[in-house]
Ligand binder design. Sequence first.
Ligand SMILES: [Zn+2]
Length: 395
Amino acid sequence: MILYTNIGELSWSTGGTKPQTKKLSNVWLRVKDKKILGFGTGKPETTSGYLSIDCKGRLLTPALIDCHTHLVFGGDRSAEFCQRLRGKTYQEIAAEGGGIQFSVTQTRSKSEDDLYATAMHRLEKFRRRGVTTIEIKSGYGLSIDAELKMLRVIQRLKANSDMKLFSTCLALHDAPKDMGKNAYIKACTDELLPKIAADKLADFVDVFLEKGYFSESSVDTFMQTATQLGLKVKVHADEFADSGGASAAANWKAVSADHLQAANPEGLSKMAQANTIAVLLPGTSLYTRIPFASATKMREAGLAMAVGSDYNPGSCAIENLAFLACMAGVHCGLTAEEVFASVTTNAGMALGIQKEKLQVAEGNSLDFCLWPFHSWEQWVADAGQTMPMETYINS
Ligand SMILES: [Zn+2]
């Protein structure tokens, strides 16, 4: 049993399409059996039997949630980043054997133990930044065996970390170089999906829906099969060009569609009707100089917005989620309230968690961060420079 006392400000986001920030000053909060037992202002009536934590008048918020990462991979692509700064294009680097295919070769060559150790180290970097819930995608295997290897690594991370991890099969990240695209899609549908469902190796399936990669019609059977097997759906949609990704995500009743810089307004409206969350990934835009997604367009469509890091070896090596949320405010046009929601309540919704379960409310299980701030506005304006003083995993 834990009793948080002397909380200067307790803030959380209501989430959804028009998120409000709830805040209480001078607060105590009790947690019993991993659930919030109660909270109130002033001094608590009883402290006996509780482990008491003095929050010293600082800001307590729900811990951060990263709803989009690719943190299991082999190899190092920092030289590519430097080549881009020297003026080389992504296409030139890819033609020389770099890009995603480099990550595929490296990931295939690494043992499960190696991939596990490096991924666990990366997870700890996220935790230090206040992230306790995180989604991790496969997608650098691009063969049935190598995708299964990546998913087993994520399963092992789940078993051995106290963070809450969600696993996503992104076997359709790109077409493999050593197999035809249609044959690969068919193998993923007929062999990989049943195996994943039987061994509970993924919570979600995801696909890179983009001109030159995969189209809605080419992967429709894959997505329908995944749904029938009980897997939920996410989509990498319309990052570079309007490829009908937003509309496809709505058709598949996807939990989220991510990127969306080039999505058309009709597709975004369809997403809103399907309750699909829009996930903005500003880190990729900052890191590779592609346009930012427009929060204005998404707000007009009636979408709830989350922000993910898109942490990956090539197009965003930034694990500072609070910084990226602030950048989504500056560059995509999120309001301060939307910034706060984007990496807490709305990020949880992008992982299929009910909005009601993400509120500071009796009976809910929430992790918390204690920040050396006096208000949630200070947290937004700090742009992720400051680590939490403590991170409490209660769930
Ligand atoms: Zn991604």
